[in-house]
Design a protein around this ligand. Structure first.
Ligand code: ATP
Length: 304
């Protein structure tokens, strides 16, 4: 798999405190990667490291395969657009003037894509309105527009949904999806709510106390949370024969239990198994919300 960003045993210490601790993460090309962690988990510190605003204490990271210790890293970073903490916008200027300033900062001679970018983020109709009179969602979209000026293929957004009203949240989500699909931009988005990102993220990294405690694809996460029947039997072989014969969807877990994902008639199932000398020792119906899954994970609870 091709990764846009990889970290290996990344550490960032403030005196004796490890804000980032032996952190390993992998962002596949084309992904919308949700970095989920509560306040103080280390999201902003990690983003600041990747953007080159701070130096790691030890360990390394690679952007497009180039290690942070390589001289080429500065060049490669030009392919990244980022909003760290609050968007870097001038509130006394219009959306267009904010963008023009960014073209100047990046030393881009022509304003070729300016109108396209404003249209893309839904700000082409704001005319002479100064950014100070924008809603929070509009300011956030202007921040993204500024980050788009250098035509990045990797966008890093630190808590882009924080403080937005429901309408603003929808606008930002739709914009991210559009940029991902139409422009092929890979995203790293931090948030402290899993549910907020669950409508767009393709991959997740759960951050707790400076460590990525789990990296998981959307598909796998949904599988882990979906409704299932969990059984423990005294005769695994016979139980599996039964499930195979009846073409039922199941999975054998590491803890010796079997998850059955299809709806079954429980009494028929018990009788059929007992005819095969297979006794059910444990039986549980399970379903988990995404937020619950995350809370169990950071609380160290079971998520199997
Ligand atoms: P939030 O959502 O609250 O911004 P976060 O996940 O982004 O949280 P960070 O801002 O990365 O967390 O902070 C991680 C930890 O590192 C926190 O305990 C914070 O107090 C600590 N920290 C961050 N910057 C510094 C610093 N310059 N000096 C000392 N400690 C720091």
């Amino acid at each position: 798999m091709e990764y846009i960003l990889e970290t290996e045993a990344l550490d960032k210490k403030y005196k004796q405190f490890k804000a980032i601790d032996d952190l390993n993460m992998h962002i596949p090309k084309g992904a919308i990667y949700g970095l989920i962690g509560k306040n103080g988990a280390g999201k902003t510190t990690l983003i600041r490291l990747i953007c080159g605003l701070q130096k790691p204490t030890s360990g390394k990271y690679m952007i497009y395969g180039i290690p942070n210790t390589d001289k080429q890293i500065t060049k490669v970073r030009k392919r990244i657009g980022a909003i760290v903490e609050t968007p870097a916008i001038r509130i006394d200027a219009t959306a267009e003037d904010n963008l023009k300033e960014q073209y100047k900062i990046l030393g881009l001679p022509s304003l070729d894509n300016l109108k396209d970018i404003l249209k893309l983020v839904g700000l082409s109709e704001t005319g002479k309105k100064k950014a100070r009179n924008f809603s929070l969602g509009m300011k956030q979209r202007l921040g993204i527009a500024i980050a788009l000026v250098g035509e990045p293929d990797f966008l890093i957004l630190d808590e882009p949904i924080n403080g937005l009203d429901p309408e603003g949240i929808i606008e930002i989500r739709e914009l991210i999806l559009r940029l991902n699909k139409e422009k092929g931009i890979t995203f790293l988005i931090s948030s402290h709510y899993l549910d907020e990102l669950s409508k767009i993220a393709t991959h997740y990294g759960f951050l707790n106390k400076g460590k990525i405690i789990q990296e998981i694809s959307k598909k796998k996460l949904e599988e882990n949370c979906r409704k299932r029947i969990e059984v423990k039997v005294n005769n695994m072989k016979e139980c599996i024969y039964y499930l195979e014969e009846n073409k039922l969807s199941y999975e054998i877990k590491n803890n010796g239990k079997i998850n059955i994902y299809d709806m079954i008639n429980i009494s028929e199932f018990v009788v059929a198994l007992s005819k095969r000398n297979c006794i059910i020792e444990e039986f549980n119906e399970k379903e988990e919300s995404l937020e619950n899954y995350y809370m169990n994970l950071i609380g160290g609870g079971s998520n199997v």
